[in-house]
Design a protein around this ligand. Structure first.
Ligand SMILES: *Cc1c(COP(=O)(O)O)cnc(C)c1O
Length: 866
């Protein structure tokens, strides 16, 4: 099927726009052959599918490097104010298709590969996801670097090159198992090791009068990743650090002659970047995690200061660098408090190494840093024990204490009689254990603090950061999240992209507000038919994937009702389960009564140590087992747990979705970005008034979204009045039956008490108010089914969703960061000139085209064998 579908798409792409030039196609083929032979050292008889992917990837990579070099040279010459984005996570997914789309070579690549007898889609699936993130926060950083390059901002992403990204999830017997994500096993042609940029990072030792002494060093080695803008000349750098042991590591062993042990122990230092912590929205207070956070901050700040000093030394002037211009040359955005240590680190560099005084150094810090808050969940807020900081970063703890002393002095001056306020605003918490509140540190050390959706930013200033808002209201801002339209529409949904471009042109890819031009088409039946056809094609493709990967056959005429995101109690996958069971019980009570058929798909990873989330996965699989094997249910309801949800799988699932589930308890999801991806791909949303759902509703109008449940204020009131979940259980017979079935082992007959912890928690605590929202949710789902029956009305709503998604482009978000926080402007490098081209070392002797038609045969032979 993939073959037929994609070649159909290929024909359309090639016949209607971007007609590849024959020369281009031939150049691609030459380059492909050259890489297969010279880089991979294979011929077509022994080359694997992965080799073909690698040869393709190298061919595309070659097209990036010229602009990459030119962009970096241009920044060096112009020395504009740089934007630095620091993040512990970059959930990049795959690079090949992204690079092709952004370079504008996708059609010629596809044509060339086709002529070589290769299928681009199959090759794409050979690439491992760069899974250096957990969920929304890491994916946001990935969307942001794409937008920064597309807007031609002189920007850098800084992060860690984990050797193991987010674990691979395997479902066995309904339970989640975690497998290591050995993503670098086959090499990675999208990274460039930069051993010449290796920076010492210090740990331990002691804080002395003249700074930090007797430390242990770990080296940070840079790996650079090219970030191409969309069809412009900008290629920015994402610099990820990898821990390397210095040659004198564990010198003691060398001295005692235990050479072997000394070499083996080099691994200890290199463990720092071994693995990504797999928690989403949850702080894990492990020493290794603290070391990771500091390792990133220190290497990055040293690199930024080095770049600044290069500029100052070129400028001439006094022999010792002055730092007064630093904030004019660097804006540093901290993606959550994971990098709050960047603040004392810059203080340490400026004072201890550059001999700047406290006042001036502090002024530089607060003008340079800005902090983004991503969550209100108390278990996610970072508070590091003082004992741990004392041991690992004694000098930084000392600096933090000094920051706090000066900060509290200022607060006391403002509110001399309000000791309790001073205590609440301290960076140091005394009870139950002495800890540093990293959010307070980030706020005090930054000039801007932002939430990630209007409702979230509002709650921040009214609750957790109320005291700080009263103290310095001018620092608080909102920057509603966004997603990149390149990956999340143009790349993942070529069918819909073409349908849109046929009507309004291609400008929407870099100016998503242009989708507004689709509004008049919401009632044009020929357009609705094309949108419907694209959705149906995408559903057919997902059906194949589901069959191959789960063995379940789904009905493409059923509503694809999709709930994919990390598994977390606040995201309320359990509420979805209660709906599944309710539908099932209704079918059983009245078998044969017509209903709107649904395929309910849930996917997502649970943190390995998150007991309840893992139970929820098992429950979904248990319910699916009963429902999918019940003859009375037939085609009316299928339940699928989607294994190993990740970026590349999101790209397959979201374009095939009819209904997007965004049902977190109001006040818990800071923004959500999954919600926006679905809207862009023509799914309707069922959701609460939480995060960016609120703004999505404003953009599209209440009549185009299915909103249900309590508001933030209502949740607050319910809790303060004393929430008794059992009352809702007693009052609703269908709810009671569903919970009783889970409790009594109806879905787990071999282990009847398997889900007691889940049901007991629901009935006695229900932290996220599922029972209080149950009835509203079920009724809202009934409205969804009614709407789905009227396909014309549904499609009209779909088009109005797509047409109003413009606000949620990460280009808009980044534009606001650039003007309202960073004070940065675009710095586009000039187009390649003739002299550049002459200098470019890419012109090598042409290799004879060894592979044309014969390869096509050998590939189809391989296929036949497989
Ligand atoms: C977008 C995305 C997320 C975030 O989804 P939310 O629904 O906003 O939590 C998580 N994981 C992946 C793979 C994503 O692409």
């Amino acid at each position: 099927m993939a073959q037929g579908d994609s070649s159909g798409y290929r024909k359309k792409q090639i016949s209607m726009r971007n007609i590849p030039q024959l020369e281009d196609v031939n150049t691609v083929k030459l380059s492909f052959n050259r890489h297969l032979h010279q880089t991979l050292v294979k011929d077509r008889h022994v080359a694997t599918k992965h080799d073909f992917y690698m040869a393709t990837a190298h061919t595309v990579r070659d097209k990036l490097v010229g602009n990459w070099i030119r962009t970096q040279q241009h920044y060096y010459k112009e020395d504009p104010k740089r934007c630095y984005y620091i993040s512990m996570e970059y959930y990049m997914g795959r690079s090949l298709t992204n690079a092709m789309v952004n370079l504008g070579v996708d059609s010629e690549m596809e044509e060339a590969l086709y002529e070589l007898g290769l299928n681009l889609e199959e090759l794409q699936d050979q690439e491992e996801d760069a899974g250096l993130g957990n969920g929304g926060l890491g994916r946001l950083a990935a969307c942001f670097v794409d937008s920064m390059a597309t807007l031609a901002l002189p920007a850098y992403g800084y992060g860690l090159r984990y050797e193991y990204g987010i674990f691979t999830q395997a479902i066995r017997d309904g339970y989640q198992h975690e497998l290591p994500d050995d993503w670098l096993r086959f090499g990675n042609c999208w990274e460039l090791p930069r051993p010449e940029f290796t920076i010492p990072v210090h740990f331990y030792g002691s804080a002395e009068l003249d700074g930090w002494q007797n430390t242990q060093v770990v080296l940070a080695m840079a790996y650079d990743y090219p970030i191409p803008g969309y069809r412009n000349t900008t290629v920015n750098t994402l610099r990820l650090w990898s821990a390397k042991s210095p040659n004198n590591f564990e010198l003691g062993y060398f001295n005692h002659g235990d050479y072997i042990k000394a070499v083996l122990d080099r691994n200890l230092a290199e463990n720092i970047t071994r693995v990504l912590y797999p928690n989403d929205n949850m702080m894990e207070g492990k020493e290794l995690r603290l070391k990771q956070e500091y390792f990133l901050c220190s290497a990055t700040l040293q690199d930024i200061v080095r770049r600044y000093k290069t500029f100052k030394s070129r400028e001439g002037g006094p022999s010792r660098t002055t730092f007064d211009q630093f904030p004019e040359k660097a804006a540093i955005q901290l993606n959550d408090t994971h990098h709050a240590l960047a603040i004392p680190e810059l203080m340490h560099i400026l004072m201890d190494l550059e001999k700047v005084g406290w006042e001036e150094a502090w002024d530089v810090c607060t003008k340079t840093f800005a902090y983004t808050n991503h969550t209100l969940l108390p278990e996610a807020l970072e508070r590091w024990p003082v004992t741990m900081l004392q041991k690992i970063l004694p000098r930084h703890l000392q600096i933090i204490y000094e920051i706090n002393a000066r900060h509290l002095k200022a607060v006391t001056a403002r509110w001399p009689d309000d000791l309790d306020r001073v205590r609440r605003m301290s960076l140091v918490e005394e009870e139950p254990e002495k800890r540093i509140n990293m959010a307070h540190l980030a706020i005090v050390g930054s000039h801007a603090i932002n939430g990630v959706a209007a409702i979230h930013s509002g709650i921040l200033t009214r609750s957790v950061f109320k005291d700080f808002f009263e103290y310095c209201p001018e620092k608080f801002q909102n920057k509603t999240n966004g997603i990149t339209p390149r990956r999340w529409l143009r790349l993942c949904n070529p069918g819909l992209s073409d349908t849109i471009s046929d009507e309004i042109g291609e400008g929407w890819v870099i100016d998503l507000m242009k989708l507004k031009d689709l509004l008049p088409l919401a009632t044009k039946s020929s357009f609705l038919r094309s949108v419907l056809k694209v959705k149906k094609d995408n559903k057919l493709k997902l059906k194949e994937y589901l069959y191959e990967n789960t063995g379940v056959t789904v009905n493409v005429d059923s509503m694809f009702d999709v709930h994919v995101k990390r598994i977390h109690e606040y995201k309320r996958q359990l509420l979805n389960v209660l709906h599944m069971i309710t539908l099932y019980n209704r079918i059983k009570a009245n078998p044969g009564v017509p209903m709107v058929p649904r395929t309910i798909i849930v996917g997502g990873k649970a943190a390995p140590g998150y007991y309840t989330a893992k139970n929820i996965i098992k429950l979904i699989n248990s319910v699916a087992e009963v429902v999918n094997n019940d003859k009375d249910v037939g085609d009316c309801l299928k339940i699928i747990f989607l294994e190993n949800y990740r970026v590349s799988l999101a790209e397959k699932v979201i374009p095939a979705t009819d209904l997007s589930e965004q049902i977190s308890t109001a006040g818990t999801e800071a923004s959500g970005t999954g919600n926006m991806k679905f809207q862009a791909n023509g799914a309707l949303t069922i959701g609460t008034l939480d995060g960016a759902n609120v703004e999505m509703k404003e953009e599209m109008g209440a009549e185009n979204i299915f909103i249900f449940g309590m508001t933030v204020d209502e949740v607050e009131k319910l809790r303060s009045d004393g929430y008794v979940p059992r009352k809702y259980y007693e009052a609703n017979a269908e709810l009671k039956k569903a919970i009783d079935q889970i409790h009594d082992g109806f879905f787990s007959p071999n282990e009847p008490s398997l889900f007691h912890d889940l049901t007991n928690h629901l009935l006695n605590h229900d932290t996220y108010c599922l029972l209080a929202d149950y009835e509203a949710y079920i009724q809202c789902q009934e409205r969804v089914s009614e709407a789905y029956k009227d396909q014309t009305k549904w499609l009209t709503m779909v088009v109005r969703n797509i047409a109003t998604v413009g606000k949620f482009s990460s280009d808009r978000t980044i534009q606001q960061y650039a003007t309202e926080i960073w004070g940065a402007t675009p710095c586009p490098p000039p187009k390649e000139t003739k002299t550049d081209a002459k200098m470019a070392p890419v012109k090598t002797a042409p290799v004879k085209a060894a592979i044309t038609k014969p390869l096509a045969k050998s590939v189809s032979k391989q296929k036949a064998k497989a």
